[in-house]
Design a protein around this ligand. Structure first.
Ligand SMILES: O=C(O)CCC(=O)C(=O)O
Ligand SMILES: [Fe+2]
Length: 203
C-alpha cells in the first residue's frame, strides 16, 4: 500500500462530509514533473487541441469562456509517467465506490495546458442534458507555483453563498475533488503556463 492508498479512507470521508476536498500528496514532486514533461512532449507532437464548451451539437470553441488546450488520456496505452497516475486513479475509483456507493463505472481524463493569460470562466462541470459526471478530479503538475502566477482554482464551496469561495493554487502533486453537480468553479487567469490533468468519474 502506498501513502495515497493509506490516506484514501480519510480523503473519501472528507469528500462525503463536505462535497469537496484538497489533498496535497496525490503525486510526488517527481511524478508530477514527469507528467508535465510528458504533457509537453505530447503537445510538441501536436496531440493537443483547443478545448470546447458544451456537448454534442452545442459544442463550440469560446475563447471568452475557456482558453486551455487539452489531450485526452488513453487508459489502454499509458506511457511510463502515466502509469503512476492511473494506479492512483484506480485506487480512488475503487474507494469511492466502496465507501460512497456512487456507482462510478468509468472515468475520462485529459491533460490541460493553460497558456499565459488564459482562464476558464465560472461553470459547473455537469452538462444540462447529461448527469453522468459525478466527481470532478483535478491534479496539478506545476512545480514552484507562486501566488503572483495566478491560475488559482476558485471554488464556491457553499453553493448558497455567492461570496463564499476559496482559491486553490495549482501546486504540483495536489489533487482537488468535488461533486460535479454541486460546485461552481473558475480558473483565474494564469501568468505562467499552467499544467494539470483534469477528469471526471462517471456513472
Ligand atoms: O484546472 C482546474 O483547476 C479546473 C479545470 C476545470 O474546471 C475544467 O476543466 O472543467
Ligand atoms: Fe470545471
Amino acid at each position: 500500500m502506498n501513502d495515497f492508498e493509506a490516506q484514501l479512507p480519510a480523503l473519501i470521508d472528507a469528500l462525503a462530509h463536505t462535497g469537496w476536498v484538497v489533498y496535497d500528496d496525490f503525486l510526488s514532486q517527481d511524478q508530477a514533473t514527469a507528467l508535465r514533461v510528458e504533457g509537453q512532449r505530447r503537445q510538441q507532437q501536436g496531440e493537443f487541441h483547443r478545448a470546447a464548451v458544451g456537448r454534442a451539437d452545442a459544442r463550440s470553441q469560446r475563447d471568452e469562456i475557456r482558453g486551455d488546450d487539452v489531450r485526452w488520456l488513453d487508459p489502454q496505452q499509458p506511457s511510463d509517467p502515466e502509469h503512476a497516475y492511473w494506479q492512483r486513479i484506480n485506487a480512488l475509483q475503487g474507494g469511492l465506490n466502496r465507501e460512497l456507493f456512487l456507482g462510478i463505472r468509468e472515468g475520462e481524463f485529459h491533460y490541460a495546458h493553460y497558456p499565459v493569460g488564459s482562464f476558464y470562466k465560472r461553470h459547473l462541470d455537469r452538462f444540462r442534458d447529461n448527469d453522468a459526471r459525478v466527481v470532478s478530479v483535478v491534479c496539478y503538475l506545476n512545480s514552484d507555483w507562486q501566488t503572483h502566477d495566478g491560475g488559482q482554482l476558485r471554488l464556491w464551496h457553499d453553493p448558497d453563498q455567492a461570496d463564499h469561495y476559496i482559491d486553490i493554487a495549482p501546486q504540483a502533486g495536489r489533487l482537488v475533488l468535488f461533486l460535479s453537480e454541486r460546485y461552481w468553479h473558475e480558473v483565474l487567469p494564469a501568468q505562467q503556463p499552467r499544467w494539470s490533468i483534469t477528469g471526471w468519474m462517471r456513472r
